[in-house]
Design a binder for this molecule. Structure first.
Ligand code: AMP
Length: 212
């Protein structure tokens, strides 16, 4: 699983893991954005909380993960942005026991506040496939287009400065305690997330090979 503050690179690294290793990734944030865009009952129910920067209730998120595992689980998977609270982590332990799947790694992407604000203020995301890039590193003709699927690259509506402050407060209050939780289980590995995506990915690859 990939844990870390908003802008720490969880989604980017999750996508690189899928592309290089073919391991399926689940990201509750990405699922909720898609549900919102499709206007489903789940998307409508959770859109306001997500837009405020609040975490969505644990019950909804754990239900999403259970559904996803029923469809994709079995031979290795990566969680991007799950769990984010102690009750979610406790539920996950029970789910993994039921699936007879051990938790190999809890990778914590450490980032400075400067990195977070720099990345979030320039982040662009593909509306179709979720590919994430930064406005400064991408070169565009007329409008930002995804290099992978030609979808439109847009700013996430929760990436504004005020909402980010709220997301960070949620992270500090509810997600930070998970570092201790996974440290005690012996699964926590901290990685410096302030670097380029390739350097971070090289560390992740090493950790995954060691854990295999
Ligand atoms: P993310 O794409 O991971 O930044 O998530 C975007 C938003 O989705 C978050 O700010 C939350 O509102 C919601 N969300 C994503 N993952 C979780 C989670 N594990 N628990 C609660 N809410 C979540």
């Amino acid at each position: 699983m990939l844990l870390g503050a908003p802008g720490s690179g969880k989604g980017t690294q999750a996508e690189m893991i899928t592309r290089h290793f073919g391991i399926p990734v689940t990201s509750p944030g990405a699922i909720l954005r898609r549900e919102r865009d499709l206007g489903t009952p789940l998307g409508i129910e959770t859109a306001e909380a997500a837009q405020r920067g609040d975490l969505v209730p644990d019950k909804i998120i754990v239900g999403l993960i259970e559904d996803w595992l029923r469809l994709h689980g079995g031979h290795g998977f990566v969680f991007d942005g799950f769990p984010r609270t102690t009750p979610q982590a406790e539920s996950l332990q029970q789910i993994l026991q039921r699936h007879r799947t051990p938790l190999d790694l809890a990778i914590w992407l450490d980032v400075s506040e400067q990195t977070i604000t720099d990345r979030i203020s320039s982040r662009l995301q593909c509306q179709s496939c979720g590919f994430t890039t930064s406005a400064s590193s991408a070169v565009f003709a007329e409008r930002p287009i995804c290099p992978y699927c030609d979808g439109p690259l847009v700013r996430r509506t929760d990436d504004d400065a005020a909402v980010l402050q709220h997301r960070l407060a949620e992270f500090n209050a509810k997600t930070q305690p998970l570092a201790d939780f996974y440290q005690k289980l012996g699964a926590l590995r901290r990685v410096d997330g302030n670097r380029e995506r390739e350097a971070i990915f090289a560390d992740l690859t090493r950790l995954m090979e060691q854990a295999a």
